[in-house]
Design a protein around this ligand. Structure first.
Ligand code: SF4
Ligand code: SF4
Length: 408
């Protein structure tokens, strides 16, 4: 993985043309020069020259970014801003020793405890049927300010149930084995996705072996906390021992993050882990799906998605694809960005949500749990009493719940 010092030339390459301002979601929401690559490169230029230091304030400005990569795709100098920001944040951690307390709260251990507590909460929340009560009272709850909005956001994550089916008597012989990399959100909060993926592959010739994977580590990578990221990657690689053909993930962000494991670990096992990790969509693109209801479907493309989601969705029979404005732009959630800058995140998500409302879609499909949170956050920010809003759903949950599948 490149160090900050390796990027000096690239930082100089920024001509300050300002074209990145037209595509940066954070700049559009804040109109702050510090939000966009141009402004950040101005500051990093100051660091390279020795006029500025890797201070807490600089880190705060570097965090003012969803990591969407839109600026890279648009930059005439082809500067990979996201990678430079990560390297700069890594340098911040190297130069500023965190107190023991800060290190503890930044650790994966604490994150895991929070996830387990959230999982226990969700379990009892569902068990006592609070999801149904909240679902019926959505409109009055939306008027109760921040706590009500948070409750609605939680509720949006636990309402799509898929019944596990009994194994059919006759199933195709299994030719390949796969490990399912569920990602932390699907593992602890919304395990419907695992059920959905296994249901889609029921008669596909692929069998699953259960392994205890951790989070992919994306939020630690984005934060530049490479030490903690390395530990998470090592745990995942160790958990994947044994013979198997694929590591399957349904999350675009997990896939993108796992592909960086060899950059931080430089080991054969890290390369093998990354090579064997494939997207669910890569293996199901030749299957034929027919929707049981005639629905208008829009798509949200996560910033890390590599696959042609629109092309895939258009092939589903008995649906009508509807194009929403900015369907391929960042949802504004981006993990810890939404926690650090909630108002900006909500503003970006709301403008996305309004586009989907205007599209007239019945459903919005996507492949990243954080994007689902982002879109739901956006719909909650719109006045729900005023609009008929589409349902947001994970693509694979939709395929398992609404579609019949033919393996080709
Ligand atoms: S588009 Fe590229 S070169 Fe232009 S200001 Fe932004 S980062 Fe710099
Ligand atoms: S990665 Fe996205 S949010 Fe970050 S500076 Fe570039 S365009 Fe803005």
């Amino acid at each position: 993985m490149n160090k900050f010092s390796d990027y000096k030339e690239e930082i100089y390459k920024c001509s300050r043309c300002g074209l990145c301002q037209s595509v940066c979601p954070v700049y559009k929401a804040t109109l702050s020069e510090c939000a966009v690559s141009k402004g950040k490169f101005n500051m990093l230029n100051g660091v390279v020259k020795g006029d500025l230091s890797f201070s807490k304030q600089l880190k705060k400005y570097l965090d003012l970014c969803t990591g969407c990569n839109a600026c890279k795709d648009f930059c005439p100098s082809d500067i990979d801003a996201k990678k430079i920001f990560v390297a700069a944040k890594q340098r911040y951690y190297e130069e500023n020793n965190l107190s023991r307390l800060e290190s503890f709260f930044n650790s994966y251990l604490v994150f895991k405890v929070i996830l387990r507590l959230a999982a226990a909460f969700v379990f009892f929340y569902r068990l006592f049927g609070f999801n149904k009560i909240t679902g019926c009272l959505e409109k009055p709850i939306s008027k109760t300010g921040k706590p009500g909005k948070l409750l609605l956001l939680l509720n949006s994550q636990v309402r799509n149930f898929i019944n596990k089916e009994k194994t059919p008597d006759k199933i195709r012989q299994k030719e390949k084995t796969a490990l399912y990399f569920e990602g932390c959100f699907n593992k602890y909060i919304n395990n419907q996705t695992e059920t959905a993926v296994k249901k889609i592959f029921y008669n596909s010739g692929i069998s699953f072996i259960k392994k205890d994977f951790e989070c992919c580590g994306v939020s630690y990578l984005a934060d530049g906390n490479i030490e903690e990221f390395r530990k998470i990657a090592e745990k995942n690689i160790a958990a994947a021992e044994g013979d198997f053909d694929y590591i399957l993930t349904d999350c675009a962000s997990c896939l993108d993050t796992i592909k960086t494991y060899p950059d931080v670990l430089s080991s054969e096992s890290a390369s093998a882990f990354a090579q064997k990790t494939v997207s669910v969509i890569d293996l199901i693109r030749n299957m034929s799906f027919t929707c049981s209801e005639s629905l208008k479907i829009a798509v949200h493309i996560p910033c890390h998605e590599e696959f042609d989601l629109v092309g895939f969705v258009k092939k589903i029979k008995n649906i009508e694809y509807v194009k929403a404005d900015d369907f391929d732009k960042c949802c504004g959630f981006s993990g810890t960005f939404a926690l650090k800058y909630p108002e900006i995140s909500e503003k970006i998500s709301k403008s996305k949500a309004l586009n989907y409302i205007n599209s007239g879609a019945d459903m919005v499909l996507t492949t990243c749990p954080a994007c689902i949170l982002g879109l739901e956050q956006g719909f909650i920010e719109t006045d729900i009493a005023q609009h008929k809003r589409p349902v947001v759903m994970n693509l694979f949950v939709f395929l398992a719940k609404y579609c019949s599948v033919e393996n080709i």
